[in-house]
Each structure stands twice: as C-alpha cells, then as structure tokens.
Design a protein around this ligand. Structure first.
Ligand SMILES: Cc1cc2nc3c(=O)[nH]c(=O)nc-3n(C[C@H](O)[C@H](O)[C@H](O)COP(=O)(O)OP(=O)(O)OC[C@H]3O[C@@H](n4cnc5c(N)ncnc54)[C@H](O)[C@@H]3O)c2cc1C
Length: 310
C-alpha cells in the first residue's frame, strides 16, 4: 500500500523519515517543493511529486498541507510521513486538522496494526501507541532513525498542479535573516559550543563565538540564556529548542537539566566546562574541565591558535 512522505528542501532529516516510511509500505511517493530530487530513488522513493507553483518556494505550512491533501486524494496512501522538524510537525498538524485525523509526532518505529513507538517528554520516555485511523499521519523523531539507502534506481518525477487559493498563503516565510553564526546550522554542525547561565552575559558569548570560528562550530545555548535575551530562541538547544547530534558538544556553564540534555544527548561526545564538580551535566559528559569558563575557553582558543599557526 502506498506511503506519502514530505521532503523538506535541504533537510537531511527528511531522508531519515524515509527509512521509517519504508517500514510502513510500498511504493513510496514523495512530495517535494522546488527541485526534482531524482536522487531520492536511492532512499526507496518511486515517484517524487514536485509542486512548481512559485508561491510554494517559500515555506507556507497550510499550502504545503493542502498539496499533501490533494496528493492523498490521488495516491490514496495508507500513511503520510514527515521529519519531526518544526516545519514537518507543523505541516502534518495542519493536514491532520484538515482531515480531522489523529497525528502521532516523534515516532521512531512502527509495528503491526497501526502501533508506533514515540519519543515523549524530551526523550525520557518511549511510548507505545496505536494510531486509530485508516490514514496514519506521523512524524519521525530527529536523529533517532538512520537514513539508509536501498537498491533503488532513479525516482520518477511528476509535476503537481496544486489547486491553491490565496487563503492558503496567509502564513508564509517572507524573509530570511542571517544569524550571527550564519552558514553553520545548529542542527547539522559537527561541533556545537553551547553556553548557559555561567557565561554571564550576552557579551560573554563573544569568547564562545571566537572558539566556534576556529572549530567551524555552531553556537547554541540553554533556555536561561534565551529567556534572559542574551541569544535568540533559534540558538536554544533542548526539549523546547533544537535537537542537535554533533560529533562534539561543548557545554559551557550549563548545569545539565533534563530539558537541556534532551536536546544534546544525540552528540557523540560531550565536553562539559563547569565550575561546579557536582553539576548534573557531568553525568552525561564524556569529558569535563572543572573551572571558570572565562579562563578555560580562552585557554582552549589560545592553544588552538598556536596549533593552527605551527
Ligand atoms: C517545560 C520546560 C522546557 C524546557 N526546555 C528547555 C530547553 O529546551 N533547553 C534548556 O536549556 N532548558 C530548558 N528548560 C529549562 C531547564 O529546566 C533549565 O532551567 C535550564 O536548562 C538551565 O539553564 P543553565 O544550565 O544555563 O542554567 P543553570 O541551571 O543556572 O546552570 C548554570 C551552570 O553554570 C555553571 N557556572 C556558573 N558560573 C560558571 C563559570 N564562571 N564557569 C563555569 N561554569 C559556571 C554552574 O555551576 C551551573 O552548573 C525547560 C524547562 C521547562 C520547565
């Protein structure tokens, strides 16, 4: 039975969602905005439906959901899947509301008879649930399912002539503002340097930015920091922020609350820099430096500069 997947532009997590989509049925149809994506065949996609309406090139959640809905009527899939990104969840939320159907967010596995395993409470709980509807609508928890390829060929590409009125575009992206760590996305960075209350001020992040520049890293932060207005919410790592999975996560002056760890536990290694040898973050850290970050971070930066210039 067919399965329909939403492919977000330039979103690696959509490929992870395809792995779970393949467990739900065959053939896999994908809905993509903008480019043709023939390479999705390697991930088991048989047909990519590309919407060429110019208005869709910017993110517009209701309009994207309307396109999915029109494809559902044509393909009659048994499930619709998207990555559990902010956008994936928002579009599927719209879709579920339009169809008056349940929506299971952050799934990591599917079983028989509509059962799913979902990540709840920031990753501290795995829930077994059953989606009680013919059409299953679900998103896939980020970084919990591997994006594997199959022996698929090149995907067919079909153009979608979506029937969309202006009302579907009431919410849409009209502008992109570059952030200070422009160019390196927090969700995809190989190294993330995050600061917490221990950084002390917005200006204190200057030393983290400097170190990030040397390591090609993205800068993140805890919620205390965004609440204080030192950094924008887009930089927040955690349960209510971005989930990151870098090779190295450097937590500077962060205590390690469960809501923060929920966002960084996908990291391969965690280095904690904290003045408190009893800080909870040490339980999650692979390495720790106990000391004042205002001394430790510039010392690391100086050593790196020395190593890079020799
Ligand atoms: C529903 C809900 C959702 C939440 N979502 C998130 C979320 O997504 N992300 C998130 O981060 N939090 C989240 N929180 C908040 C979370 O519970 C914590 O309050 C927050 O993570 C603490 O931030 P912090 O570690 O920066 O501050 P603190 O807990 O105050 O820790 C500061 C740390 O800095 C250390 N320190 C102080 N000075 C120095 C120094 N000079 N050098 C080195 N170390 C120093 C201290 O020893 C301490 O360990 C959420 C809370 C709730 C209730």
């Amino acid at each position: 039975m067919p399965v329909l997947a939403l492919i977000e532009p330039n979103e690696e997590l959509s490929l992870q969602a395809l792995s779970l989509a393949r467990d739900l049925g065959q053939p896999i149809h994908a809905f993509a905005v903008g480019e043709a994506h023939v390479e999705l065949g390697a991930y088991g996609v048989q047909t990519v439906h590309v919407a060429e309406d110019e208005r869709l090139s910017a993110y517009a959640p209701a309009a994207w959901a309307a396109c999915l809905e029109q494809l559902i009527d044509r393909i009659e899939p048994t499930a619709v899947v998207a990555a559990g990104t902010s956008r994936g969840n928002e579009v599927l939320g719209h879709l579920a509301a339009r169809r008056n159907l349940p929506f299971a967010a952050n799934c990591i596995a599917v079983g028989s008879e509509g059962t799913v395993t979902r990540v709840r409470w920031g990753g501290s709980l795995l829930e077994e649930a059953r989606i009680d509807s013919e059409l299953k609508i679900l998103s896939v928890a980020p970084h919990m399912v591997e994006a594997t390829t199959v022996n698929g060929g090149v995907a067919n590409v079909e153009t979608v002539q979506a029937n969309l009125d202006d009302g579907e575009f009431v919410v849409r992206v009209i502008e992109h503002a570059e952030t200070r760590s422009a160019g390196i996305s927090l969700a995809e960075a190989k190294v993330v340097i995050s600061g917490g209350r221990g950084v002390g001020s917005a200006d204190g992040f200057g030393m983290l930015e400097e170190l990030a520049g040397l390591l090609n890293a993205a800068v993140g932060c805890s919620r205390v920091v965004t609440m204080a207005g030192w950094r924008p919410h887009t930089d927040q790592v955690g349960q209510t922020g971005t989930k990151v999975a870098p090779d190295l996560y450097i937590a500077c002056g962060i205590s390690g609350a469960t809501q923060h760890i929920a966002g960084c536990k996908g990291a391969k290694k965690i280095l904690a820099i904290n003045s408190d040898a009893e800080a909870p973050i040490l339980a999650s850290a692979d390495y720790a430096v106990i000391g004042d970050l205002a001394e430790v971070v510039p010392a690391i930066t100086a050593e790196l500069r020395k190593a890079q210039s020799s």
